[in-house]
Design a protein around this ligand. Structure first.
Ligand SMILES: [Zn+2]
Length: 415
């Protein structure tokens, strides 16, 4: 049983972490993408040490790792919990001024500044939050609950485990990563050094979420080569690559297979940029589906359309290049069903209804799963992230702490 007298520390920690500006930068080539992330990470490593994690440290890239040693005679596999310290490049995370809205009465939440309103009808989860205490911004910045809520929850769970030695658990590994928001959170992640056999990212939204399915994703670059010549002398000679690109784009499906016309388990092909002049048109696509073989179908489909476009403009030609991005982590997690099963079991024990929906995107956990560390995602309670309307409920954060502790317990009992 969870200690009813335990004084949670996650909120206090969270309010401290959001004061650090840890915005990552998708233009940067360095690692981490911004040095300022390491200021928080260094302090997190020290904080872990202070609460009793002897091996806690931050490496040169800004990854913080540490271990809660096993306190059982059973042979329990090392389990990891991971969250990221950076915040989205989309909205400023400087001088965040969190506001606690106690005892939420329902309805919209008006923020202090900038006529920002968190609308109840755009946030269906708010209807579950009546009477809860909701942390928002003052309307000027994002909050950074994505993913500092996760950091604070993991930190609090570690604190709980260390202060309750009667609760038996195996080795518990924690890691705080940089650069998740710019898709590089696993770039320098040393899975071997981390030492966990299975892990959970704590970066989901709604209470009860256990996410074990992501998109499979590829990038496609199509180049149409035309032929440029001075327009005054172009008759019968010029082949304008801009027009080839336009013809090709016009042939793309409008009613289906696009992000704006699909949902749930439907995949899509999506043109994200066109860069063109007479000589060369470069088009970038992202291709997404839950079934990896579908990607090949979509790619063949695009290639077919591109070849048709080239046929309309004799003398032109095309290059077609595919880059693998990430794969549906379910392909890996299905080989280790207990990782998800134990998270679900932990939630059931705490009377939380598990929510298992596929994510129409990727996670660091998806990449880690394919790097040899099966890693589903569990909720941290963060909502409307990457925006000034971001919010998190204190009660959800505390529930996440209990879930993390319970997962450790379930692994010990089932080993
Ligand atoms: Zn996140």
């Amino acid at each position: 049983m969870f200690d009813k007298n335990y004084k949670f520390t996650c909120v206090e920690r969270f309010l401290k972490y959001v004061k650090y500006d840890t915005q990552s930068d998708d233009e940067s080539k360095s690692f981490p993408s911004t040095e300022k992330q390491k200021i928080l990470s260094k302090d997190l490593a020290d904080e872990l040490k202070k609460i009793g994690i002897e091996d806690s440290h931050m490496d040169d890239y800004g990854y913080v790792m540490g271990t809660v040693p096993s306190n059982t005679s059973k042979n329990v596999p090392p389990i990891g919990f991971i969250s990221h310290v950076d915040t989205s490049p989309a909205v400023s995370g400087k001088d965040v001024n969190p506001v606690i809205n106690k005892n939420y009465p329902g309805g919209d939440i008006k923020l202090k500044e900038g006529n920002q309103v968190i609308k109840a009808d755009e946030n269906p989860d708010l209807s579950e939050m009546i009477g809860y205490d909701i942390i928002t911004t003052d309307g000027r910045t994002l909050l950074g609950a994505d993913n500092k809520a996760g950091v604070a929850e993991i930190m609090d769970a570690v604190n709980y485990l260390l202060s309750h030695p009667e609760l038996k658990h195996g080795p518990v590994k924690v890691c705080f990563t940089p650069d998740e928001e710019v898709g590089r959170g696993t770039e320098k992640f040393d899975v071997k050094k981390f030492g966990a056999k299975y892990a959970y990212t704590v970066d989901g939204q709604t209470r009860g979420e256990v996410e074990s399915e992501t998109f499979s994703a590829d990038g496609v670059t199509i180049k149409f080569h035309g032929k440029n010549i001075h327009p005054g002398y172009a008759k019968g000679k010029m082949i304008n690559a801009v027009k080839i690109a336009a013809s090709f784009i016009e042939s793309l499906p409008k009613e289906k297979l696009s992000p704006e016309t699909t949902e749930k388990r439907e995949g899509y092909v999506h043109c994200v940029s066109v860069n063109a002049n007479e000589e060369l048109a470069t088009l970038k696509f992202i291709i997404r589906d839950f079934k990896t073989p579908k990607l090949k179908e979509y790619e063949d489909f695009l290639k077919g359309l591109a070849e048709k476009a080239v046929q309309i403009f004799p003398g032109s030609r095309l290059d077609f290049e595919i880059t693998e991005q990430y794969r549906n982590m379910k392909e890996i997690l299905d080989q280790h069903p207990m990782v998800v099963d134990y998270a679900v079991e932990a939630m059931r024990r705490l009377n939380i209804k598990p929510i298992m929906q596929p994510i129409r995107g990727g996670t660091d956990g998806a990449r880690l799963s394919f790097m040899g560390l099966p890693t589903p995602n569990i909720f941290a309670g963060e909502h409307s992230f990457h925006s000034k309307l971001e919010w998190v409920a204190i009660q959800d954060m505390e529930t996440a702490v209990r879930v993390i502790v319970e997962i450790c317990k379930v692994w010990e009992e089932n080993s």
